[in-house]
Design a binder for this molecule. Structure first.
Ligand code: V91
Length: 140
């Protein structure tokens, strides 16, 4: 019983995150490469703390047809700005400062067409974002 209690002890640290993408339409198909949208895929922490205190780097794995399809971002903002014509799954992998914490992976399906939001300036963009929490079980 003591052993179980020992394992259960320790501090639980919850770190809220938001990940997803925004996208805006060019309003036309670009002659040079048929691209129609600019988009930004991102990972954001959700409090005032400096994310570099616990995040070492964030890796965004785009579709293989993109040049350098594995994009590594070492400091905030953890985002990739690109252009394209379609929607596909992006793997977001978070690497931590603590060597004992394994990287974690989130999957985000890039959205170019909805949900469409009209900004205060009247411009429209797609915003597709998801809230989650990273939970660290700090040993005592
Ligand atoms: O759309 C889809 N897959 C996509 C993969 C990559 C896309 C894209 O936008 N781009 C590749 C990049 C390049 N342009 C020029 C050279 S590489 C711009 S779209 C699927 C198909 C059905 C539903 N979704």
């Amino acid at each position: 019983m003591t052993e179980v209690v020992e394992r259960m002890k320790g501090k639980r640290v919850v770190r809220p995150i938001v990940y997803g993408n925004t996208a805006t339409s060019f309003g036309y198909k670009r002659e040079s490469d048929q691209h129609t949208h600019q988009w930004t895929v991102f990972l954001r922490t959700f409090n005032a703390e400096d994310p570099t205190k616990f995040i070492r780097k964030v890796q965004f794995k785009l579709h293989d047809s993109y040049a350098n399809s594995t994009r590594v971002v070492e400091k905030p903002p953890y985002e990739v700005v690109e252009t394209g014509w379609g929607e596909f799954e992006i793997q977001i992998r978070i690497y931590f400062i603590d060597p004992n914490e394994k990287p974690i992976t989130a999957f985000h399906y890039l959205r170019l067409f909805q949900p469409l939001v009209t900004m205060p300036n009247g411009k429209q963009q797609v915003i597709a974002e998801y809230f989650d929490e990273i939970i660290f079980q700090e040993p005592t």
